[in-house]
Design a protein around this ligand. Structure first.
Ligand code: TXD
Length: 319
């Protein structure tokens, strides 16, 4: 029996998610969007490529939550993306309203689904989605850390002229300018990055430049595109999480997860390494952080808390 994957939002990321899931035959796809035509058109277009790429899955487009019921995985991208000059936080008001509608829609029709939230501002929106839906905290997770880590690894691979597979790193904390590249645990071909700095293979200043470029990774693409924001790498990152759940791969992935005391914080979503398997977020992995990483992680959590306070001012029900 094929799994059922519902994509709430059939825009740039939603359409790319649908295509990637089809090519990997991860499950049948329901593309849901309030703009039903977009959902239906993209579902049909991807379906018509199945003879070329030899995949066999069902794809439908809809604006009716009934069509999404009993989904195994739900990936939420419903919302508005940034325009040039906007911060992720500027999207809070409008996307909170949208995520409340989405929560109402999914909690009745797919109460047992694993829900991956992508909509920005990510850390607060995923928290709101969990609160509005009341679905289990280990079954609702945010996608950001995989994207941020992937951007960091890519920039580092370009600088060192190495294949991306040779580099291991995590970017944790909030999905914003306060995100934290965990340089202490970053490895290049099995060697700690600080060894490469000592050996003069990469300058400390260049490494800091790469960290800064990663923080602004989304804005750099928004500036080029002028209309819309990144969608290929975000979609690839969301599929990585869905696949680990559906195939019980128990991959360790940086995601926005609900903390219950890990890293000294609780009752907040933040980007941390988690194990994703058939039960959802099965474990939060506590890395040994350097003093600098600990301090930067705390600052990042503070930034998330401030934005969540702003969200509670918009909707006191979130308290
Ligand atoms: O790392 C990350 N988490 C970020 C997330 C990376 C990149 C983009 N990030 C955010 O994802 C972005 O700031 C947006 O908040 C979402 C979706 O980005 P996308 O580029 O896919 O936006 P689009 O193309 O505008 O698609 C959004 C769709 C669009 O088709 C709307 O009609 C639909 O969402 N939409 C809705 N669908 C269902 N229900 C409701 N209420 C609704 N409102 C709008």
């Amino acid at each position: 029996m094929k799994k059922k994957i519902t994509l709430i939002g059939a825009g740039q990321i939603g359409g790319t998610l649908a295509h990637l899931i089809a090519l990997k035959e991860l499950g049948n796809v329901v593309l849901f969007d309030v703009a039903a035509g977009i959902a239906k058109g993209k579902a049909l277009d991807i379906a018509q490529s199945s003879p070329v790429n030899k995949f066999n899955i069902d794809l439908i487009g809809t604006d009716n939550y009934e069509d999404t019921k009993n989904s195994d995985v739900i990936i939420v991208t419903a919302g508005v993306p940034r325009k040039p000059g906007m911060t992720r936080d500027d999207l809070l008001g409008i996307n909170l309203k949208i995520i409340k509608q989405v929560a109402e829609g999914i909690k009745k029709t797919s109460p047992d689904a694993f829900v991956i939230c992508i909509t920005n501002p990510l850390d607060v929106i995923v928290m709101a989605l969990q609160k509005y839906s009341g679905m289990p905290k280990n079954k609702i997770v945010g996608m950001a850390g995989i994207l941020d880590s992937s951007r960091f690894i890519y920039f580092l691979s370009q600088e060192l002229k190495l294949p991306v597979q040779k580099i291991k790193s995590f970017v944790l904390g909030g999905h914003g300018d306060s995100m934290v590249a965990m340089l202490g645990s970053t490895e290049v071909d099995g060697k700690k990055i600080k060894e490469l700095v000592k050996e003069g293979i990469i300058q400390k200043e260049k490494l800091e430049e790469i960290v800064e470029r990663t923080k602004k990774g989304g804005a750099e693409i928004v500036k080029f595109l002028e209309k819309g924001s990144a969608f290929y790498a975000p979609a690839a990152s969301g599929v990585e999480m869905a696949e680990s759940y559906l195939k019980d791969l128990k991959k360790q992935l940086p995601c926005a997860a609900y903390l219950t005391g890990e890293y000294g914080f609780k009752e907040i979503y933040a980007g941390v390494p988690v194990i994703i398997g058939k039960s959802g977020v099965e474990k939060i992995v506590e890395l040994d952080l350097t003093d600098e990483e600990n301090s930067n992680f705390s600052k990042s959590i503070d930034a998330v808390k401030q934005l969540f306070d702003a969200a509670k001012k918009i909707d006191p029900k979130l308290a």
